[in-house]
Design a protein around this ligand. Structure first.
Ligand SMILES: [Zn+2]
Ligand SMILES: [Zn+2]
Length: 189
């Protein structure tokens, strides 16, 4: 089953890094150049934190801080949350959902070895991002699960989508009209 694979198997190996003493502006430029949503912060070459596009929006831009004068170490998440390469993907997804993370660093033999994002998970699974269980299609089950797909590609069981309302991955509203049955409908006949 696809969710039982080691989490590390879907991680990308190449990570972009910036010294924690560098400016947020420098880090942001690096992220744009490499089309990445995060950068690994290092101290003397050793990874010590992660800076994401969301960190920059929340902690720098929205507070009108000067990105050129703000150091990476002042706004990064340190130490970063990581999972071991061999952790089942199912458990890694569960952790990401609970912590509200869109990306996860993978360690191998205690060293950071790669990173994967919610988007990478979607490419490999048909997992409901709310409950972490597989969405059964007609290929696997005679009673396929009804599901809702967000504009970003994330999928949810229809029931889960009504509970979560806003997409875990991108924050968009995925259910705009939750319909509750009228009392008269439940007592039909
Ligand atoms: Zn679900
Ligand atoms: Zn979404």
């Amino acid at each position: 089953m696809v969710l039982d694979v080691p989490a590390g198997t879907i991680a990308r190996r190449e990570l972009i890094t910036v010294d924690e003493g560098g400016s947020v502006l420098e880090a942001a430029r690096l992220m744009v150049q490499n089309s990445r949503g995060s950068v690994l912060a290092t101290r003397s070459g050793e990874p010590v934190g992660i800076l994401t596009e969301r960190d920059i929006l929340k902690k720098v831009v929205s507070k009108s801080l000067d990105a050129a004068a703000t150091k990476v170490k002042d706004v990064m998440t340190s130490p970063p949350i990581t999972v071991d390469y061999n952790m089942p993907l199912r458990e890694a997804i569960d952790l990401m959902v609970r912590k509200g993370l869109r990306r996860m660093l993978v360690t191998q033999n205690g060293r950071i070895a790669g990173i994967f994002t919610m988007r990478d998970i979607l490419k490999h699974t048909r997992t409901c991002l709310y409950c972490g269980k597989e969405i059964m299609s007609i290929l696997e089950s005679k009673t396929p699960d009804p599901f809702i797909e967000c504009e970003c590609g994330s999928r949810y069981h229809t029931k889960c989508a009504e509970t979560v309302v806003n997409c875990v991955s991108c924050g968009r509203t995925i259910v705009t009209n939750v319909v509750y049955p009228e009392p008269s409908e439940t007592f039909s006949g």
